[in-house]
Design a protein around this ligand. Structure first.
Ligand SMILES: C[S@@+](CC[C@H](N)C(=O)[O-])C[C@H]1O[C@@H](n2cnc3c(N)ncnc32)[C@H](O)[C@@H]1O
Length: 367
């Protein structure tokens, strides 16, 4: 059973399906994907500063790359985390940039209590609109999404390499990949309704307020079980920050169904390398602040069996802000008995349809 609650956004009242059970450690939960919107709050920054799986990787990269170098920390957040770590690792200087006003002001207050603080400079603004000199040797930017590129990492870091980094300068992280596997949403939320966690409603409202109206937000699944996957995971988005970094890309991949079940979409998750030769962080199998994103493809769940193939085309194009990607998915399920079923999804960063798919009509029921 799900509860229905009303949220008020832009003088519009919306009905939202809400899970009546409170969130518990390890239990799956459905949230809107938040990281790609400028609505970070102290709760979100704390989930990141306490993410050991993530932090040990960034720290190890900085201790290798920062000594005696000029470091640029794009998206430093309220805690100036990587600028501070860079300086502690021996950087000559760290330039920290933050675009959210509240986070910048908290960072400024933090900076005034640091010693020595003369090795860190803090700027307010979006790195893509700022001009400064000298260029940095190392750019650290934790602007990686649960869909790897969703927070604009490709466009922001392509610009940073062009304008803010010295020739031969290095970016941390080194590489981010989004993997996708076939799933059924209900398998990801066993014994619980397809409904948002109650604690997520203020963030849902903030996203709609920021955009000015509701739209079909990306769906973040916390604690999904890897046992719910109907296929292996395959890469659908690859971001090589120190190599051939593409701001737009399109891949087609064939996901072989490995067990009988029902399929209505794909689950995507992050693999992240801060240094090239390390084992990646795997957001599906490790405890980290990055969750997985469920993307619905078919209006109704389709029965599948081993031998069936889900052919998935996954494309990222830049949205009208020139930074955040819109994603377009299309899929053909080829069943062993020769049938084909087609599904698709437009998942823009902002705007686009509202209640376009069954899943969204379940989450936002009509009155
Ligand atoms: C995921 S948080 C990371 C915060 C902190 N660096 C950490 O790792 O815990 C991303 C931060 O980057 C900021 N941000 C994203 N893109 C930016 C850009 N192009 N310029 C400046 N800040 C940016 C966001 O506002 C947010 O505070």
């Amino acid at each position: 059973m799900r509860n229905i609650q009303q949220i008020e956004t832009h003088e519009r009242s919306l009905r939202v399906s809400v899970d009546p059970e409170p969130e518990q450690e390890g239990r799956p939960a459905l949230w809107p994907s938040v990281g790609e919107y400028p609505i970070y709050d102290p709760f979100f920054y704390t989930t990141m500063t306490t993410d050991d799986e993530r932090n040990q990787r960034f720290r190890a990269a900085l201790s290798q790359l920062a000594p005696d170098r000029r470091v640029l920390d794009i998206g430093t957040g309220q805690d100036l985390l990587w600028a501070r770590e860079g300086v502690q690792a021996g950087a000559r200087h760290a330039l920290a940039i933050e675009v959210i006003g509240d986070a910048f002001h908290k960072a400024a207050a933090n900076l005034s209590s640091l010693t020595p603080r003369d090795r860190i400079t803090l700027l307010l603004g979006e790195s893509t609109n700022l001009h400064f000199a000298p260029r940095a040797d190392v750019c650290v930017a934790e602007i990686i999404g649960s869909l790897a590129g969703a927070e604009g990492a490709a466009a922001v870091l392509a610009d940073a390499r062009n304008r803010h980094l010295k020739p031969g300068g290095l970016v941390v992280p080194h590489r981010a990949v989004t993997l996708a596997a076939a799933v059924h949403l209900s398998d990801l939320l066993p014994d619980q309704p397809v409904a948002f966690a109650e604690a997520s409603l203020p963030y849902l409202r903030s996203i709609f307020d920021w955009h000015g109206k509701p739209f079909d937000v990306r769906l973040r699944v916390e604690n999904p079980s890897a046992d719910a996957l109907l296929s292996e995971g395959a890469p659908v988005e690859v971001l090589d920050f120190n190599g051939d970094l593409r701001t737009e890309q399109r891949t087609t991949t064939r996901l072989a169904i490995t067990r009988p079940g029902r399929l209505d979409g794909v689950l995507t998750w992050l693999n992240l390398w801060c240094l090239p030769d390390e084992a990646p962080l795997d957001a599906l199998r490790m405890k980290t602040n990055w969750a997985s994103i469920y993307l619905p493809l078919f209006e109704n769940p389709l029965p599948v069996a081993p031998g069936d193939i889900l052919e998935l085309t996954f494309a990222a194009t830049l949205s009208d802000d020139g930074v955040h990607p819109d994603y377009q998915l299309s899929a053909a399920l080829h069943t062993a008995d020769g049938q084909q079923h087609h599904g698709s999804l437009e998942s823009p960063h902002h705007g686009g349809a509202f209640r376009a798919h069954t899943t969204y009509r379940t989450l936002f029921p009509a009155s």
